[in-house]
Design a protein around this ligand. Structure first.
Ligand SMILES: [Zn+2]
Ligand SMILES: [Zn+2]
Ligand SMILES: [Zn+2]
Length: 491
């Protein structure tokens, strides 16, 4: 483990926190943990993701050639190397249990708790890590009082783990493991920041939340990286965001209260709490939201529901967008950015690549610089990568407009005729990837992501040079292309 932090008591009733033990520059590792305390995949990911490297070794390689464990057939691996690694780490202890349970597969939390119980039973944890884990908050009292279903899930999981593991530990003690997992775990993500499972390490769990966070979390396989979003002076507390901090104040407070049992008093919350629009503090089940924003949030939720088809989602999202526009809600105010994210997702699933590109271009140029002011923010970097990939796709002439209207389309449900603008995608690709590679030192993305971007940029650059062009002197041309692609879809 490499860290530039030290644990210490935190002010404002935050228990313990991590503090910078030296000055940390933007993009530097605050904390790097090569081995998890526990990390397991979501059930659907067991099928398509290696349980040994969590996809790190087959990054960018979509073809699924994973081989299942011959014992339990529950977990899959790239090859013998990944299998041996996981076997040694924990799978040798759980494989027999998985076999007994066939064809049932334990829910993710139960698989994680089982792993921790089995590994601690075999004394596979370093004493220091285990001690830190045992010190973590459980909030069992609050869970029992305020969240009946969560408590039932935790105790059911404890019962199952006790039965299957044959451990001497008491159910109550196993329940505490489950509660600690609920409160202290991170979303395990892949190199492009999609959730693939759950991760916990007690050292990382000491990091407190702030909506005005100064550090961000990322994963490269099973390695955890916490990077500084801006310079952090020695002695300052490290903060990450446990939730989507772009949401309005009442939404954030409700989420933090319901899931983590605390009230956030960060600088951002203090400012927004005293602002007139959020005068009354949020109480459970009662959000003080502007009625237009509330309506748009409801539409967004219905569009994201699994019962909604992509076509339906697109039209719901379009009407929500119109609603926000009509009421002059800025495109940087939630739920506008989330609506745009969803518009991109449903356009992609319907093969409307030009729509997706137009929204991704607006997101890159207009929304993200205000919503994520730090250029190194992983979400901003990821959005740039999505845009570059879309431009690469379109430049290869894959997308054919299905629109029959021909004219410039206003509604998000229709395909936008980008070809009318004769956009030179190569220049856009070069400028987006070039900016990512150029800002690499201050970027808070994981090494796997950065390597992928670098390789793509080298390809594009080589193509330019092969064509006798050097885009480094084409600053003006790049500006013109941006103007064209945005002119296709203005709002
Ligand atoms: Zn692997
Ligand atoms: Zn197995
Ligand atoms: Zn806050």
């Amino acid at each position: 483990m490499a860290t530039k932090t030290t644990p210490a008591p935190a002010p404002d009733g935050l228990g313990r926190g991590l503090f910078a033990s030296t000055d940390i520059a933007t993009g530097e590792n605050v904390l790097h943990i090569p081995t998890p305390f526990v990390a397991v995949l979501d059930k659907p990911r067991l099928e398509d993701t290696c349980s040994g490297c969590f996809g790190k070794r087959h990054l960018g390689n979509d073809e699924n050639t994973l081989k299942g464990c011959r014992g339990c057939h529950v977990v899959k691996y790239c090859d013998k190397i990944c299998q041996a690694k996981d076997w040694k780490f924990a799978h040798s202890l759980e494989c027999g249990i998985y076999q007994q349970l066939k064809p049932r597969i334990l829910p993710i939390n139960a698989r994680a708790v089982l792993r921790m119980i089995l590994r601690s039973g075999r004394r596979k944890y370093a004493a220091e890590d285990l001690e830190m884990f045992l010190d973590l908050e459980t909030h069992i009292k609050e869970i029992r009082e305020e969240s009946e279903t969560q408590w039932q899930r935790i105790s059911l999981c404890a019962k199952a783990v006790k039965t299957y593991s044959g451990t001497e530990m008491q159910e109550e003690f196993i329940s505490a493991f489950g509660a600690k997992l609920d409160l202290n775990s991170f979303n395990l993500t892949n190199a492009v920041y999609d959730r693939i499972g759950v991760y916990l390490h007690p050292h990382a769990a000491f990091i407190n939340h702030s909506c005005a966070y100064n550090a961000v979390v990322g994963f490269d396989g099973d390695e955890l990286y916490i990077k500084a979003l801006r310079p952090i002076p020695k002695g300052d507390q490290i903060f990450i965001s446990y939730i989507d901090a772009t949401n309005p104040y009442p939404v954030r407070q409700t989420e933090l209260r319901e899931r983590y049992y605390f009230t956030c008093k960060c600088t951002k919350c203090e400012i927004e709490a005293s602002a007139a629009s959020a005068a009354a503090p949020a109480t459970k089940g009662e959000l003080n939201l502007d009625p237009t924003i509330h309506k748009a949030c409801t539409l967004l939720a219905s569009a994201s529901s699994p019962a909604t088809s992509a076509q339906q989602a697109l039209s719901i999202l379009s009407s929500a967008t119109t609603l926000l526009h009509t009421n002059s809600i800025p495109i940087t105010t939630q739920p506008f950015p989330s609506l745009r994210d969803e518009l991109i997702v449903s356009s992609l699933s319907l093969g409307k690549f030009q729509n997706a590109f137009a929204h991704a271009a607006l997101r890159y140029t207009r929304t993200d610089p205000l919503v994520y002011p730090e250029t190194g923010h992983p979400i901003r970097q990821l959005h740039a990568w999505t845009l570059a990939k879309l431009a690469i796709h379109l430049s290869q002439g894959v997308a054919v407009s299905t629109s029959t209207s021909g004219g410039s389309s206003e509604g998000a449900g229709e395909e936008i005729a980008l070809e009318r603008f004769e956009v030179n995608f190569s220049l856009i690709i070069w400028s987006v990837l070039g900016a990512l590679v150029g800002g690499e030192n201050a970027a808070c993305t994981v090494p796997g992501f950065q390597a992928m971007v670098k390789a793509a940029f080298a390809d594009v650059h080589r193509e330019f040079l092969a064509g006798g062009l050097d885009p480094r002197g084409m600053g003006e041309g790049i500006k013109v292309e941006w103007g064209k692609s945005l002119g296709a879809y203005m709002f």
